[in-house]
Design a binder for this molecule. Structure first.
Ligand code: MTE
Ligand code: MO
Length: 427
């Protein structure tokens, strides 16, 4: 509970007003200078002595050159080549909840393919009344929906099972992005083909496939297919980027990223799961006794402090500190996030940037005072089902240590008195 926020807010205000009034005396001015630049800007600054760039027809705007560090990164030793590989979203450097496409992680099994809209075709076949092939223009004529959803690769945080491994939230938790998608519900397209031929829909499935060499085929139970699955062609208002499946991808809200088939080419209604590579030998969890857990579709509630973190150290001294991070759940909306500074012994409830939305990222903030001492920073998410994000020990007790996928345990950053942070484990 944030009992401390009440007692601490006056000192926060004192600090800020102290800086603003620093001109009053030499001692105050020195204090303010130590905390930041001079408070009064009376001279004409360089930017006002000439005009800036005119508007021009730049092909497409890019971030200002001072922000080029905010970019995807990969971990070279992780995969044998970049064709079947992954890069990571710079979540340590972003704020709010929407991930710009230009820095949203990519995961390909056989490289990103380039397809023109004119060449795009989507086939629905199998147990349908009328097998159909849609062009891109056909899809645009069905009623459209907009939804914000996160997409998390099941392997996110997968390198952390055996111990603290990668030093940065980008690498430990960056296989996630959150975008506003525009598209047509899969239900609408299935109804267009007609599901009468499928008979009882309860035990039916759809098998979805991409146009790339891997095909990335996955079976989805009909109940989910008719619920909230979206056939998307826009993300954050613009066309999908090539690497995210241009021109059309599937969004399977709350479920593991692997099911979000890119370059979507075929949807087959079938009477049993296909048992493809991606849903048997891959994306399956090996338990402590060596057996495998079949199908883990929904991504359980999870959170991470994005700043401070190893790539986003504290650059100021003690005093006001904003601790922030992301929380999400594949089973619904985030209800609450708690933050601990002492490795999970005590917790304070963080402030959500906006009320949690179903299967979408939530941003949390803990506006706090830093005493300049070391912290073992953690965050713990709770979703609307009442599920609470587990500690690493709790998760290992249930799942053993052989797993890779579906690691949603609490993350710890050891923040040192110099403001630097390191990936650690607490027991
Ligand atoms: N056709 C196709 N779809 C695919 C993949 C792929 O390799 N080919 N990778 C899957 C995996 S494992 C994930 S995590 C997500 C990643 O989506 P992104 O590249 O847009 O981040 O796409 C999924 N869809
Ligand atoms: Mo994935």
């Amino acid at each position: 509970m944030s009992d401390s926020s009440k007692s601490k807010s006056p000192s926060r205000r004192q600090f800020l007003s102290g800086a603003a009034a620093a001109g009053a005396g030499a001692v105050a001015a020195t204090a303010a200078r130590a905390a930041g630049p001079d408070p009064l800007i009376t001279e004409v600054q360089a930017w006002a002595t000439a005009t800036g760039d005119g508007v021009d027809a730049t092909p497409y705007g890019l971030p200002i050159r001072f922000e080029t560090d905010v970019r995807r990164r990969n971990v070279e030793w992780l995969t044998a080549d970049t064709i079947s590989s992954i890069n990571f979203t710079p979540i340590h450097a972003l704020d709010g909840t929407i991930t710009p496409q230009g820095c949203a992680f990519e995961r390909h099994h056989s490289g990103a393919i380039e397809m023109r809209k004119q060449d795009y075709r989507l086939m629905i076949n199998g147990l349908v009344d009328t097998p159909l092939v849609f062009t891109y223009e056909d899809l645009e004529r069905f009623p459209r929906e907009n939804h914000v959803y996160f997409c998390e690769c099941a392997a996110n945080t997968g390198m952390e099972w055996a111990g603290a491994q990668l030093n940065g939230a980008q690498f430990t938790h960056g296989m996630i992005h959150n975008m506003e998608y525009s598209g047509v519900s899969l239900r609408t397209l299935l109804q267009e083909a007609g599901l009468g031929a499928a008979g009882d829909l309860k035990d039916k499935w759809v098998y979805v496939e991409g146009a790339d060499a891997s095909s990335n085929g996955r079976s989805i139970p009909m109940e989910k297919a008719l619920d909230d699955v979206l056939v998307a062609f826009k993300a954050n208002g613009e066309a999908l980027r090539k690497e995210h499946g241009y021109p059309v991808r599937l969004c399977v809200p709350g479920w593991e990223g692997n099911m979000w088939v890119k370059w979507l080419r075929r949807i087959e209604v079938v009477d049993q799961p296909v048992q493809s590579r991606e849903e048997t030998s891959k994306y399956t969890d090996t338990l402590a006794d060596g057996t495998s857990r079949k199908w883990t579709w929904a991504m359980d509630a999870k959170s991470v402090v994005t700043s401070p973190s190893p790539q986003s150290p504290i650059k100021h001294g003690k005093g006001p500190l904003v601790i922030t991070g992301l929380a999400w759940s594949g089973r619904g909306a985030i209800k609450r996030v708690d933050v601990s500074k002492d490795g999970g012994k005590t917790w304070e409830t963080a402030r959500l940037g906006a009320p949690g939305a179903k299967m979408a990222l939530s941003r949390f903030y803990l506006d706090t005072e830093w005493d300049g001492e070391e912290m073992l920073l953690q965050s713990r998410a709770m979703d609307e089902t009442g599920y609470v994000q587990p500690t690493k020990t709790e998760l290992r007790d249930v799942r053993g240590e052989n797993s890779i996928y579906h690691n949603n345990c609490i993350q710890t950053w050891w923040v040192k008195p110099n403001g630097e942070a390191e990936n650690v484990e607490v027991s």
